[in-house]
Design a protein around this ligand. Structure first.
Ligand code: FAD
Length: 380
């Protein structure tokens, strides 16, 4: 069976590996002239590592990233709000709380594609279904045809817009910067991923391999605010100057041309991922805010499940129905919880802010761990 995958992000590459391993002729068409993932880190939880294991790439991925032992949230004075030891979960569900440079993850995935199955500079313009075939037209005027099309073209998917023109991404209310820096000589705990929740915003810090650090910062702002887009690393550091000194020092050390900025959005959960012979996958199907660190993890799960469904069923339609059944509710739950977590963690009002911190401090540790377990119990 011939499968076209539109988009060579984490979801598209994992889907290609899964489908090629299931014996399909799967080809990836990527709009960018080169596969150059944003210069940022990505956190992968145990569910994603289990998925990568099914694809036979987990060992190589794990060798290039860093496994951390706790997720700690601090207040603006550096006092702990919540501290989750992730080691019990890692023991139960496999490697968890893992962080890697996106470029390294992409490189490993790309190396596992069959030769000559990735085409760059191919931007899908529109698709057309005829019976059991899907025709794709690219912006360069060329076309391709397959028995199945996987739309892995991200949150702004042109394919989803064609199928569901009303379902557009929605802004979450905060904008985000990301960067990777050489440690500028500050002391950080390099075994944990840390978030600092402050009235002026939120900053996350995670150590990568070597002496490098991945960081992100979120500030409440109007959508596409040009003032936000113009902030330099030094100005961002100034905005967060009242946080423990390591935080502004890390932000200020980022080179301005490597600073990544973008508003945070998601998609209101869809009930349908499959439209005839077209299947939405990854952010195209269920873009989520990054607060649970699950967007890429869910895309990896999608890829593994789609591969299994297509391998197990005799009929493509049955396989796609099964894929949809196994993915819609779970990804919707991630979108809802992640959005809620983002709202709570971005609270600015002093009363709400203090009450939230007090409540989080009271929550027993086992509760927070138990609340996460459903994520790691994957229906592979
Ligand atoms: C600030 C931030 C932090 C995050 N942190 C995490 C984290 O720690 N852990 C985690 O699991 N997730 C995280 N995520 C989410 C994660 O990045 C996404 O969920 C994941 O990258 C989705 O992968 P994808 O392949 O579905 O889409 P994308 O990565 O968006 O890839 C889509 C690909 O399709 C291509 N494309 C687009 N349009 C076309 C077209 N018309 N034709 C051909 N190709 C096209 C694009 O060029 C791109 O390469 C984060 C997201 C953000 C914004």
């Amino acid at each position: 069976m011939k499968v076209i995958i539109i988009g060579g992000g984490i979801g598209g590459l994992c889907a290609a590996i899964a489908l090629q391993q299931a014996g399909m002729e799967a080809t990836v068409y990527e709009a960018a002239p080169e596969l150059k993932p944003v210069g940022a880190g990505v956190g992968l939880a145990a569910n994603a590592i289990q998925g990568l294991s099914r694809l036979g790439v987990a060992d190589e991925v794990v060798a290039r990233g860093k496994q951390l032992i706790a997720l700690t949230i601090f207040d603006e004075k550096g006092k702990v709000i919540s501290d989750m030891d992730t080691r019990p979960l890692s023991r139960k569900y496999g490697i968890n709380n893992f962080v890697i440079h996106r470029a390294d993850l992409h490189e490993v995935l790309q190396q596992h594609l069959q030769p000559s199955t990735l085409f760059l500079n191919k931007r899908c313009q529109h698709i057309e279904q005829q019976g059991e075939q899907v025709h794709v037209t690219f912006t360069d005027g060329t076309q391709a045809t397959a028995n199945l099309l996987v739309a892995a073209d991200g949150i702004n998917s042109v394919i989803r817009r064609q199928l569901l023109p009303q379902r557009l991404p929605r802004y979450a209310g905060y904008t985000c910067w990301r960067g990777i820096v050489e440690n500028p000589g500050v002391q950080i705990n390099d075994t944990i991923s840390a978030e600092t929740w402050a009235p002026q915003g939120r900053v996350g810090i995670a150590p990568l391999q070597g002496n490098t650090i991945y960081w992100y910062a979120c500030i409440n702002a109007p959508a596409q605010d040009p003032r936000m887009g113009q902030l330099t690393p030094v100005q961002l550091a100034e905005h967060f100057k009242d946080l423990p000194p390591a935080v502004p020092a890390i932000l200020a050390a980022t080179s301005p041309e490597k600073l990544i900025w973008g508003d945070i959005g998601d998609l209101k959960p869809l009930q349908q991922f499959v439209f005839g012979r077209v299947a939405l996958l990854g952010d195209a199907a269920h873009a989520t805010t990054p607060n649970m660190g699950q967007g890429a993890c869910q895309a990896i799960e999608d890829a593994v499940v789609l591969g299994q469904c297509l391998q197990q069923a005799q009929d493509v339609s049955v396989a796609l129905t099964d894929y949809q059944k196994r993915r819609v509710a779970r990804t919707a739950k991630v979108i809802r919880l992640s959005r809620l977590l983002g709202e709570v963690s971005q609270w600015e009002s002093p009363w709400l802010y203090r009450s939230r911190n007090a409540l989080f401090r009271l929550a027993p540790r086992f509760m927070t761990q138990r609340q996460m377990e459903w994520l790691y119990q994957v229906d592979f």
